[in-house]
Design a binder for this molecule. Sequence first.
Ligand code: AHM
Ligand code: MG
Length: 335
Amino acid sequence: MTPNQATFREFLLSERANEGLDKDLIFLLEDIATSCRIISHQIRGGAFAGRLGATQSTNVQGETQKQLDVIANDVFVRHCSNCKRVAALVSEEVDEVYWLKDKPEAGDYLVYFDPLDGSSNLDVNLSVGSIFSISQLPTAIDATDDRSVLRAGAEQISAGYSVYGPSTALVVTTGNGVNGFTHQQGTGEFRLTFPDMTIPEATGEFAINASRYTLWEPPIRRYFDECIQGKKGPRGKTFNMRWTASMVAEVHRILTRGGVFMYPKDAGNADMGGKLRLMYEANPMALVVEQAGGAASTGQERILDVQPTSHHQRVSVILGSKEEVEVLDQYHAQA
Ligand code: AHM
Ligand code: MG
């Protein structure tokens, strides 16, 4: 039994005692928690250091990087490199796979991360976050080969995110449910404040960037149209809508009170396959959501079953309360 408000380390040690969590995975998760603590600190001081504006550089998706994007990436790379069983890192901010080992062994870790998601929110002082995902190499490889990191989300052994909001929270799954920790000012510890987070199956709240309405495919338009008709419409109930433009904040709200989040492939992003990235945005959030009793789909298939073809690939994302994801899956099947 995990003690109430256990520190992150106490929690991980109890997972080791109860579930046999690997000690190297514990080290790695602690290094990720440290990264999130440092990034949180950097964000809160960002305005003083004049770091909220754009840098001159662009990332692999051609987007302007914020100074804090670069800083957050450096923090993740440095701390995740501490664990000697990490074979490679894949970051939203870096084009290439970053190999840490020349001859990775079976069981070595692959760490995928978006060091600072939703960074358009930085300038306006709204929530942003970091997202991470951990998989393992099934076999040893003689030489590094970027195709080795193309593992389906179902292979993840752990995933989670940190949300930098009014407080800094860390939400983690190691495949045994979802637990939420809050960063305690003063002690500097992440403490277990939201044990066994679960997503209600039913919800009356959805999140989508509705300014893209004319770009959506028919199943998404049908769903949206029906939701906004309220009680008199075919769904027979009133819906509420939220959009924070920060996936981490949306998922955190859904884990707290339910809801459904959509960033579908549409006419404006179809050439890329969607907006959100499979390996370090959709997959980790899909594992967290499924572990909390929700569902995560592309509309066509379970996100965790998508076989990746490139480490920066994008995907359609629908996730959250099971009943609404099922409705959206049905509408896609009927289209
Ligand atoms: P980012 O990784 O460049 O920050 O983009 C991902 C973010 C998500 O957090 C969020 O759901 C979405 O982009 C917001 O997109 P939009 O600008 O269309 O509202
Ligand atoms: Mg992102």
